[in-house]
Design a protein around this ligand. Structure first.
Ligand code: GAL
Length: 679
């Protein structure tokens, strides 16, 4: 099967970075237009006190810069630029295209987005406009050009922040412009109608198309809509938004070719954009992350989000564009951060490759939808834990300046392909227990608990640099990815695959023959029937583990059976297998293992590749390396002091560490060890 793995180089952008400050970047979104000018002066003095050196401005200010179509008012923004510059604070200037003015919505009603249920959505908020609307694209290009012309030569401008969180809160619009653009996108993808009919399997339920203009967006219909059509509409919607980004970026580049351009991703939290694709188009990857506050393991989910972001960045430094100092305002229960959590969260992002730590937002809003959201400067002012923490974090980041541009190296990768989420999350799957995210989180958490640093990788990327690759329930695996994974194992890699992986190709069509069609050979087995479990049912395995959710009727060809089902619908067949294939091996785990059972299995897999690890719950250890030496971050998420072997200089306290660093409960230590030849 011909395939060309994506070279990692294709994903690694040049090391572009905001000019100016040589250390780390620190700051947040700044929305001073909500306050009188005297407050700006106070803000800027406080920013200096906290060591803030970068703020994102203008994100939602379209109507203030262009109060009427074609009429501009830059006076307030000029003033702000100059005030910030005079205070030594650099600017990340946003294009305000996530929030078109009221005049736009009134004049161009056809640009209003329509949801899947057919409801046309209005302005008065922020977020999506029909990305295919020519009126929107024209207006967005215009305001972008006006801003770029105006501030191209301003010395405070160091970064462009295009739009805000493309794809949130929704990414799909079912308006007429989008339908027309979808047809063109399909023509490019399939060439002919017969190609489309075949790819979409339209003989099923008599859905064959005779003309292109019979094709609609996959609106809500009486029963399940064509699943490939839905998958393609998700692809199209991500591409349509990406086109909007590229158009703005290219406008900007005409005026400021040397200023990097970014847009803020939401790595694990927005599954509507294909960020592998998007990452190739931005100069710097930046990301927004908010804790799932009620989950006790939210610091592990944070780490996962940061590792995914670094992977999108191809390992290059990235910017944490937004996170919160305390509670957000949009979760069912908005839990405040505990003492020390703000610093631990920030330093965990830093440990995992972020070279800029920014928050939403500098000063809390008095009015509007986000008045109950925390900020760097809370409503209660400067005599607060939040403000003291913000000032202290600024000082800590200054002490950690030498970490800048060092890189995280991982020997283990988890496969991540948003298309697999898109496909699996459609209706009528074999069990509601199938949950791709749950499996990724479970595998990631088990590795986190053993201190194993993980990259994420697209399944069609060159994986040869990794000793271990994990596919936690990767349902959709296209032929190129299948060949790539097979080649990886043949060449000596170790692959761990969990149930319901490699079932369909990129059209969401089941591979011919027994499951898992994409991975049958490399796993050395065939699944004759899925045997999902009932709610709350569990099964015992011969290795003393137990599983839930899912089992398979497995028939091995070349795989070795490591454990069998003792009971349940797949008894007494294989449960966990390992296949020697070429110079590598491929493990298959056919049921949902959790807790100790999953941990011990991954412990065995790690041992098999020569990585001996021990569970170290609550202690996060990550190393960033550079030619200036290693920076080992030890973050103590527990209530007891912890120790970790290290030698060098601790950068936060300045202490010399001879063989063990002590990390007090809830705190972080960063040990810099100089390379031996220069020590
Ligand atoms: C982000 C958004 C910010 C702010 C923040 C609140 O998703 O980009 O503008 O709304 O959430 O948590």
């Amino acid at each position: 099967m011909p395939f060309e793995p994506l070279s990692p180089a294709a994903l690694v952008r040049s090391d572009r970075w905001p000019r100016g400050a040589t250390g780390l970047r620190y700051g947040g979104d700044y929305n001073p237009e909500q306050w009188p000018r005297e407050v700006w002066l106070e803000d800027i003095a406080l920013m200096n006190e906290a060591g803030i050196n970068l703020v994102s401005i203008g994100i939602f200010s379209w109507v203030l810069v262009e109060p009427r179509e074609g009429e501009y008012d830059f006076a307030w923004l000029d003033d702000l630029f100059n005030l910030l510059h005079d205070a030594g604070i650099d600017i990340d200037l946003a294009t305000p295209t996530a929030a078109p003015p009221a005049w736009f919505w009134k004049k161009y009603p056809a640009a209003r987005p329509v949801n899947r249920e057919g409801v046309q959505l209005s302005g008065g908020s922020r977020g999506i406009v029909s990305p295919s609307s020519p009126e929107y694209r024209r207006a967005a290009a215009n305001i972008t050009e006006q801003l770029a012309r105006r501030y191209a030569d301003h010395p405070a401008l160091v970064l462009w922040h295009v739009h805000n969180e493309y794809g949130a809160p929704i990414s799909e619009s079912y308006d007429d412009y989008s339908v027309a653009a979808f047809r063109i996108w399909l023509q490019k993808r399939y060439g002919t109608l017969s190609g489309l009919n075949e790819a979409w399997g339209t003989t099923f339920w008599g859905q064959r198309y005779g003309e292109w203009d019979e094709i609609d967006a996959p609106r809500l219909s009486a029963s399940v809509t064509n699943q490939t059509q839905r998958l393609d509409f998700k692809r199209f919607s991500s591409d349509a938004l990406l086109e909007c980004f590229i158009a703005e970026r290219d406008t900007i580049r005409q005026f400021t070719p040397d200023i990097p351009v970014t847009t803020n991703f939401m790595a694990t939290n927005c599954l509507s954009a294909d960020y592998w694709k998007w990452s190739r188009e931005v100069d710097i990857v930046s990301n927004d992350h908010y804790l799932v506050a009620e989950r006790p393991d939210n610091h592990i989910l944070l780490a996962m989000d940061a590792d995914l972001t670094r992977s999108f960045a191809g390992g290059a430094p990235w910017i944490l564009m937004e996170h919160s100092t305390g509670a957000v305002n949009w979760q069912p229960r908005n839990i405040a951060k505990t003492a020390g959590e703000l610093a631990r969260n920030s330093l965990s992002h830093l440990a995992r490759g972020a070279d800029g730590i920014l928050f939403f937002q500098f000063r809390a809003s008095r009015y509007g939808a986000e008045k109950f959201h925390s900020a760097m400067l809370p409503h209660a002012g400067t005599d607060t834990r939040a403000w003291r923490d913000v000032v202290e974090l600024g000082a800590t980041l200054a002490r950690l300046a030498s970490v800048r541009a060092s890189r995280v190296r991982a020997r283990v990768a988890i496969l991540w392909d948003v298309e697999s989420f898109w496909a699996q999350d459609l209706e009528w799957r074999p069990s509601v227990e199938l949950d791709h995210r749950e499996r990724i989180e479970a595998f990631y958490s088990a590795l986190w608990n053993r201190g194993v640093t993980v990259d994420f990788a697209h399944p069609a990327t060159d994986l040869h640099g990794y000793d271990l690759v994990l596919a936690p329930s990767l349902y959709l695996v296209g032929p190129a990815a299948a060949a790539n994974l097979t080649d990886y194992v043949r060449g000596g890699g170790t692959l761990v695959v969990s149930y319901f992986s490699g079932i369909v190709d990129e059209q969401d069509a089941v591979y011919p023959g027994a499951a898992p069609g994409a991975l049958r050979d490399v796993l050395g087995l065939a699944i004759h029937e899925f045997r999902p479990l009932r709610e709350n049912e569990s099964v015992d395995l011969s290795d003393e583990r137990s599983g839930s959710g899912w089992t398979d009727d497995i028939h091995v060809s070349t795989a070795e059976v490591l454990s069998r089902y003792l009971d349940g619908p797949a008894a007494v067949g294989p449960a966990i297998t390992r296949n020697s294939f070429g110079s590598g091996s491929a493990w298959y785990v056919s049921t949902r293992l959790i807790g100790h059972d999953l941990d011990s299995l991954l412990g065995e897999v790690l041992t098999s590749i020569g990585m001996s690890t021990e569970p170290m719950p609550g202690i996060e250890v990550v190393t960033r390396t550079s030619d200036r030496g290693d920076f080992t971050f030890v973050i103590n998420h527990t209530n007891a002091d912890a120790t970790h072997p290290a030698t060098g200089t601790e950068l936060i306290t300045g202490e010399t560490i001879s063989d063990t660093v002590t990390v007090p409960a809830g705190l972080t230590r960063v040990v810099h060890s100089v390379p031996t030849e220069t020590a």
